[in-house]
Design a protein around this ligand. Structure first.
Ligand SMILES: Nc1nc2c(ncn2[C@@H]2O[C@H](COP(=O)(O)OP(=O)(O)OP(=O)(O)O)[C@@H](O)[C@H]2O)c(=O)[nH]1
Ligand SMILES: [Mg+2]
Length: 301
């Protein structure tokens, strides 16, 4: 039977790198699907997840942070983010709790001025500032753009996130759910596994190395009580390969055991994870290799 009171719609999360888009999305849907780290440009693809509640369904699109691209991978990431804006019922623009509006925010304001979709300004990380500063930040942003709503939250400490969900539903049209209630994401299991390995590499490694990493799953075999996974970490230089492997393999072991823990939770099974490291020079500027590692041009159209 059709329920006329149910709502269903699409919401995209945009913002500069590192503002907490993926952390917030994972929190809202109650499961870790998108990887997060304290390094900018963690998310590379559009990641769709689904929240289903009593009021209806919200399909979230987490996007790469909008930044000044330095290579083809960067171009791809920014296109993915900006192209979701026309297709959705509401936009969540995440910002840091600061009154400083830099070139990055200015660019996003220009992009948002061109779309008619309602924009909800989400001021994230309010756990890091005083109350007065939040108020100043709200006032400052309100002078820049006409927001449908302004909602301060802390994705990390789950402050005000229930209110944010209620607020989003105001902008969702009435309609039947798009997905059944068990659907959480459009990401294939292999892709999430690859991302979990990349997350640990991002978190364990310093400086420029993590930005030049891709992860390929070579095989995933489901045994009786165990899943056997072979994966390759691709990096850009021989010197990076040495650092990723570490002294007597210690770094690779660390990345592997941290990733295995998350993958076992995801697959609800014991996992045997074998990691390899390969060098592919300048893969981030090669159309062929970008496609090969799952960054498809059609996703950025
Ligand atoms: N203190 C605090 N830290 C947060 C909060 N939300 C996210 N973070 C941290 O901010 C960092 C970036 O979080 P991500 O969720 O990866 O940010 P993102 O916007 O998805 O970043 P990109 O994918 O690179 O665009 C991580 O270290 C998070 O733990 C918050 O509410 N408070
Ligand atoms: Mg992200």
């Amino acid at each position: 039977m059709e329920n006329k009171n149910l709502k269903a719609g699409f919401v995209t999360l945009i913002g500069r790198p590192n503002v907490g888009k993926s952390t917030l999305m994972n929190h809202l849907i109650g499961q870790k699907i998108a990887i997060t780290s304290n390094k900018p440009q963690t998310t590379r693809n559009r990641i769709q997840t689904v929240y289903t509640g009593e009021e209806g369904q919200i399909v979230f699109l987490d996007t790469p942070g909008i930044h000044k691209a330095k290579n083809k991978l960067g171009d791809y990431m920014v296109h993915v983010a900006e192209n979701t804006l026309k297709e959705v019922d509401a936009i969540l623009w995440l910002v840091e709790p600061s009154t400083f509006i830099g070139a990055g925010e200015r660019h996003i304001i220009e992009v948002l001025q061109k779309v008619n979709t309602p924009v909800i300004l989400v001021i994230n990380k309010i756990d890091t500032v005083k109350k007065e500063e939040i108020a100043e930040c709200i006032d400052k942003y309100r002078t820049e753009l006409d927001f449908a709503e302004v909602v301060p939250v802390s994705a990390l400490r789950s402050k005000n996130t229930e209110e944010l969900l209620k607020c989003i539903f105001k902008y969702m049209p009435y309609g039947e759910p798009f997905y059944d209630e068990d659907t959480i994401t459009d990401q294939p299991e292999r892709q999430i596994v690859a991302e979990m390995i990349r997350e640990k590499a991002l978190r364990c490694l310093d400086e420029e190395i993590p930005h030049g990493i891709a992860v390929a799953i070579d095989q995933m075999k489901y045994g009786k009580n165990i899943v056997n996974i072979d994966a390759t970490i691709i990096c850009e230089r021989d010197s990076h390969k040495g650092i990723i492997i570490g002294k007597q393999g210690s770094m690779l072991k660390k990345i592997g055991s941290q990733a295995r823990y998350d993958i076992e939770n995801l697959l609800e099974s014991k996992v045997n994870l074998q990691l390899w490291v390969k060098v592919k020079k300048d893969w981030r500027d090669s159309d062929f290799l970008l496609k090969n590692f799952g960054y498809h041009p059609q996703d950025a159209e």
